[in-house]
Design a protein around this ligand. Structure first.
Ligand SMILES: [Zn+2]
Length: 400
């Protein structure tokens, strides 16, 4: 009893007849021989329906969906010719194939599907292709199937720089601050990088944007002011707290330099406990942090002020937030600690962007979520050399 007939529906290409299915069990390769259905009349131009004259033939072998461990290829004669009336170049071959493709569309879609769940360098373990090909097909499929972002109704943007890979490779990412959708990914972290995105928006799209969340350092501010002069700038909590952690670290390093030799390893070891959120503290970490703070007045004050600073983002009314900010700045100055005084001065300058949070409530949660996504994507995309591909992969992640 032959099992081949049951495979036929899988290769039922309209207009084509299955001549034979040959299986080489040694190579685990099935070859499906297809022949153009002779009952179909003359070939016609798909544009103007003019009958096509003499056509060139070309023997083709393309890879198709595997059957478990069995590789499958289609073999057929393609017909090529140019329409004498409209000049359109026509290739007659089984449906679901692109003119010069080495594989069927359905195989490419399958590979793309695999690439969603595994790094592209694992795909060759399932499909007999290189990981470069897997990546190329995935990109091709995503370009065809992923909808472009809708930029017409965006209220708030979040812009951030990301450092990925080894060395200082920077990307600029633009997110919809409400949905977390990735709208843009660009090389570098300069004003011109953000210009690429903002410059593309229409006047109507720009008018819709009320606010943009950015880090107060960096070069994005100039771009936002140029392209979106009516939008408010918001300095989000994530960046401010990160800046403040750097200040604490400066104090810790200063204290370390001044400390007695025997205390040094202890101070050094506390670095991460100083930045840890309370929910990530173990009782042991907690008690050694307490010990450090008890023996060190400056660190204790800086640490206490950090907890307090976080409250700034709990206010709904700008007036109250403003009063709170004044109080915080005053306390920071009163400590007499140079690093804190400098930071307080900077916050005072950034006042407008800090307080506009009350009105727009852009949170940095989306940026923090994005950090996890980009790591995963770089892993799956096997690197970050192809930025367009990375962008598509990140957008895919956001799709249901
Ligand atoms: Zn034609």
């Amino acid at each position: 009893m032959s099992t081949t007939p049951s495979l036929r529906p899988m290769f039922a290409f309209p207009g084509w007849i299955i001549e034979d299915i040959a299986i080489d069990w040694g190579d685990l390769l099935a070859t499906v021989y297809l022949r153009r259905d002779g009952r179909i009349q003359q070939f016609k131009c798909s544009h103007c329906r003019t009958p096509l004259g003499k056509m060139r033939t070309q023997e083709r072998t393309v890879l198709d969906l595997p059957l478990g461990t069995l590789k499958v290829q289609l073999q057929f004669t393609a017909f090529q010719g140019r329409c004498s009336r409209c000049g359109h170049f026509e290739t007659i071959m089984p449906p679901g194939l692109s003119p010069n493709a080495q594989a069927t569309d359905r195989l490419k879609q399958h590979v793309s599907h695999l690439c969603r769940y595994m790094p592209c360098n694992k795909v060759p373990e399932f499909i007999p292709i290189s990981h470069h090909t897997a990546r190329r097909w995935d990109k091709e499929t995503l370009l065809k199937t992923l909808p472009a972002p809708d930029l017409d109704n965006i209220r708030a943007l979040l812009v951030d720089e990301k450092s990925i890979g080894k060395g200082h490779h920077y990307l600029t990412v633009v997110l919809d601050a409400d949905t977390g959708e990735t709208l843009f990914l660009g090389e570098g972290k300069r004003k011109t990088t953000l210009d690429q995105f903002l410059g593309r928006l229409t006047a109507e799209q720009k008018a819709h944007i009320e606010c943009v969340g950015i880090d107060r350092g960096g070069s994005y501010q100039a771009s936002v002011k140029e392209h979106l002069p009516d939008a408010d700038i918001v300095y989000d909590k994530f960046h401010i707290i990160a800046n403040y952690n750097e200040v604490i670290d400066k104090i810790r390093r200063r204290e370390w330099r001044q400390a007695e030799e025997e205390d040094k390893p202890f101070i050094k070891g506390q670095r991460f406990n100083l930045f840890r959120n309370p929910e990530n503290m173990t009782p042991q970490r907690e008690s050694s942090l307490k010990e450090l703070l008890a023996m060190n007045e400056d660190l204790y004050q800086a640490y206490t002020l950090k907890d307090m600073l976080k409250q700034l983002w709990t206010y709904t009314y700008k007036g109250c937030a403003s009063k709170f900010l004044d109080r915080w700045i005053e306390l920071a100055k009163e400590t007499g600690i140079d690093e804190l005084k400098r930071f307080a001065k900077g916050l005072n300058k950034a006042r407008e962007g800090l307080l506009s949070y009350c009105q727009h409530r852009i949170t940095s949660a989306k940026i923090e979520a994005f950090n996890g996504v980009i790591k995963r994507i770089v892993y799956k995309a096997c690197g970050y050399n192809d930025l367009d591909y990375l962008y598509l992969k990140i957008r895919q992640e956001g799709q249901k």
